[in-house]
Design a protein around this ligand. Structure first.
Ligand code: GSH
Length: 331
């Protein structure tokens, strides 16, 4: 019995390490992309914005009640997982695809899919190509350390086509190479193709082919050895989805505190103590929504129809509105 009790105490201690460190430091260290409009982008005044950046802010809001208590750490595709493994960041929120190998090889875990994406191709309109199956022999610009480069090889091999890869280690370089005509095709996650097209000298001269050659479930990543931290990051994402589903947003969240609806009360913490059970306060979800909004607001602000990217919600619509974004209930 004594042994069991000690083992329980030891694991409770081990499981709370990351949260304790973040609180002691007074800020969250969140790994993000070095520069991808819509997802993670710093402007000339040094202000960061984007879908992945807002996730970092949501997590800071849940922990500290303050979305600004976050240090954003820009990371290349090559460096991101090792940096997380090494403990230099608390969470990675950087357009990263959930794959089995990334979890097993690095001892990491993806907490959910905040953005369902897929890989596509961009080509000059003047090529008059309608399908990726017409790309036999093409020179393709692609970035190292990504699922993109592996899918590219698989797609060409499985369709009996050859290609010449022009590999670079940053998006900047890939885009420059493509714009300079060093390759005739640029491949990446579709969401990124929309963003990267805006950086070309003549965006209108380029089209995105209709083919989607892979599944790219993108989401936040943490180390796999801290269950409490895994739960915090996971439920921050679920809270954003549940808030949208329940109609709770940044404008009406104060009224939601008066709501008598049981599901809304559990979300905003006026009933139950779900926040405290994961090591936060019961205002955790209210603080998220007040600071950055619900999932739909975050999507629209960064990627939606009123932004230069104008990406349709598609698969990222809620499950009850034609998409597959779905969160377990808070109860
Ligand atoms: N989702 C894919 C691709 C992610 C990725 O890093 N894509 C590149 C190509 S656009 C990128 O975002 N690069 C930005 C940078 O390195 O600054 C993955 O997880 O491997």
């Amino acid at each position: 019995m004594v042994i069991v009790a000690l083992a329980g105490a030891a694991s409770a201690f081990a499981s709370s390490q990351t949260l304790a460190e973040v609180k002691a430091r007074g800020s969250l260290a969140c790994g993000v992309n070095e520069g991808l409009p819509g997802f993670s982008f710093v402007d000339e005044r040094g202000v960061w914005s984007g879908f992945d950046v807002d996730f970092c802010r949501a997590l800071a809001a849940a922990i500290f009640g303050d979305p600004n208590k976050v240090k954003l750490v820009p990371l290349s595709a090559d460096a991101r997982f090792q940096t997380l493994r090494d403990g230099k960041i608390d969470v990675l929120s950087r357009n990263s695809t959930w794959t089995m190998g990334r979890e097993t090889e690095f001892g990491l875990t993806f907490v959910g899919v905040t953005y369902y994406d897929g890989q596509g191709f961009m080509v000059p309109r003047a090529m008059r190509i309608n399908s990726a199956l017409e790309l036999d022999g093409a020179k393709v610009c692609v970035q190292s350390g990504t699922t993109t480069i592996d899918n590219l090889a698989d797609f060409f091999a499985s369709n009996g086509m050859t290609l010449e890869e022009v590999v670079s280690s940053s998006t900047d370089e890939s885009v420059k190479n493509y714009d300079a005509g060093l390759c005739t095709v640029l491949t990446s996650d579709l969401s990124q193709l929309y963003a990267l097209r805006l950086r070309l000298s003549k965006p209108r001269d380029h089209i995105i082919l209709p083919d989607v050659i892979s599944k790219e479930p993108l989401g936040p990543v943490v180390r796999d050895n801290d269950l409490q931290w895994i739960n915090i990051v996971k439920w921050v994402y679920f809270a954003m989805i549940n808030a949208e589903e329940l109609g709770v947003n940044s404008r009406n969240v104060s009224q939601a505190l008066q709501s008598q609806k049981p599901e809304v009360r559990r979300l905003v913490g006026t009933s139950g103590n779900f926040g405290e059970q994961i090591g936060l306060t019961n205002a955790w979800a209210t603080n998220i929504v007040r600071a950055v909004g619900n999932y739909g607001e975050i999507f629209e602000r960064n990627l939606g129809s009123k932004t230069p990217l104008a990406i349709p919600r598609g698969l990222n619509q809620l499950w009850n509105a034609g998409g597959i974004q779905y969160a377990p209930p808070i109860r």
